[in-house]
Design a protein around this ligand. Structure first.
Ligand code: ZN
Length: 104
């Protein structure tokens, strides 16, 4: 598992995230971001996008354990996501409260 910082979220994008255009935010990384549903600005390759974290209900643990997964909708900048699966990406919080998406 990739170590998480207080102001930086790192992950390796899965094929499904790249294909469907979203970035999964793990529960322990929610503290890096504004509250769920609260809009914030994310710079992706120097272009600014208005995004927010959305909760999506999920049944991956079986019908007895409904829960939510959290994600950023990346459909507006899908063409700016890395095309190679499992590429490490980072989302960093700037001191001004905006965020920047970085990928290798
Ligand atoms: Zn699930």
């Amino acid at each position: 598992m990739v170590k998480q910082g207080k102001t930086t979220y790192r992950r390796k994008l899965s094929p499904n995230e790249i294909r469907s255009g979203y970035i999964l935010i793990t529960k322990n990384a929610l503290r890096v971001f504004p509250n769920v549903g609260e809009p914030f600005k994310l710079y992706v390759k120097s272009k600014k996008f208005n995004v927010s974290i959305k909760g999506v209900s999920c049944a991956c643990m079986g019908p007895g354990k409904p829960h939510e997964h959290y994600r950023i909708d990346a459909s507006k900048f899908k063409d700016r996501l890395p095309s190679r699966m499992w590429t490490e990406i980072a989302i960093e919080r700037n001191p001004g409260g905006t965020y920047v998406f970085v990928s290798k």
